[in-house]
Design a binder for this molecule. Structure first.
Ligand code: AMP
Ligand code: ZN
Ligand code: FE
Ligand code: FE
Length: 276
């Protein structure tokens, strides 16, 4: 027997297009029995998620994703957090600080694009962001102006490193992100490890206190799932999995959830069971 669970998805509180209740409805339709919301730098979807989950009979948990910055491959490190207490001292204030730095970065990207002649306004970028702003909101504003047709096109033409609208991330270092999650009682796990680097980079993150790896991921091939699974198991790391669903219109909206054999699910659920 298999079960479908989702441990990595985004709502309108960051760069997704569905509300937490909308994600729960999608989970119910898609046969997802456990839904963990991992918005970027925000836990504000928690109450709506819990209420909608209870009403729909879908088990829900709160998580987070923190996109990092720094030298080398640090700006490709995204840390997922599970089981954390959002009310732990200092946690909310740090997230607010990260979100504030994101607004500074978004304004700089708007200025770069305006200098290129595109009539982009920061308010238009901000308008579609309920809380955390990011490059996808810049992409959406470019799309509304008819400059691009999709988030993907906006990233490829303007928003990835080396492109003219790009501005370096102002996120925390991987060490800070991992420590913040651990200090809040959570389990830090590396999201989509294939973007973060190879074995030496993964080992360095483990030395910083990483406790899990996203082994199942929508974009992973079966051989990648096996390789990351073996790597995690050999080091006693939790093997988590999710689809990184962002909702309709984002280009990252293939089916919600990933499939687990019942036998493989136990350790994952035990591992994140402290989730609030
Ligand atoms: P930011 O946190 O502002 O640097 O934006 C990074 C986010 O943009 C990632 O977490 C993804 O959700 C999204 N993203 C990255 N690359 C792409 C892409 N090529 N197409 C659509 N969304 C992307
Ligand atoms: Zn995202
Ligand atoms: Fe990510
Ligand atoms: Fe994500």
């Amino acid at each position: 027997m298999t079960k479908r669970i989702e441990l990595h998805c985004h709502s309108v509180f960051s760069d997704g297009t569905l509300t937490p209740a909308g994600l729960v409805a999608r989970a119910a339709e898609s046969g997802v029995s456990l839904l963990v919301l991992t918005d970027h730098d925000s836990v504000s979807g928690a109450a709506e998620l819990a209420a909608a989950g209870a009403a729909a009979g879908v088990e829900t948990r709160l998580g987070i994703e923190i996109n990092c910055a720094g030298e080398g491959s640090a700006d490709r490190v995204h840390v997922l957090g599970y089981g954390l207490d959002p009310a732990s001292p200092g946690f909310a204030a740090r997230l607010a600080e990260f979100r504030e730095r994101r607004t500074v970065r978004a304004r700089r990207m708007v200025e770069k694009l305006r200098a290129l002649g595109y009539p982009l306004e920061y308010d238009a970028v901000r308008a579609s962001a309920h809380e955390t702003v990011g490059r996808p909101h810049v992409a959406d504003a470019l799309r509304r102006l008819g400059i691009v047709k999709s988030r993907k096109e906006a990233f490829e033409r303007f928003l990835i490193k080396g492109k003219p609208g790009y501005e370096d991330s102002m996120g925390p270092s991987p060490a800070e992100a991992i420590a913040l999650i651990r200090d809040a009682g959570g389990i830090p796990c590396l999201a989509h490890p294939q973007t973060a680097g190879k074995e030496p980079e993964l080992e360095a993150l483990r030395a910083l206190g990483l406790q899990g790896v996203e082994v199942r991921y929508a974009a992973h091939s079966p051989s990648q799932v096996r390789a990351y699974g073996d790597w995690a198991a050999a080091r006693g790391l939790l093997a988590v999995g999710g689809s990184d669903y962002h909702g309709p219109g984002t280009g990252r909206d293939a089916r919600l959830g990933v499939e687990y054999e019942d036998a493989d699910l136990g350790p994952v659920l035990d591992g994140i069971s402290r989730c609030s």
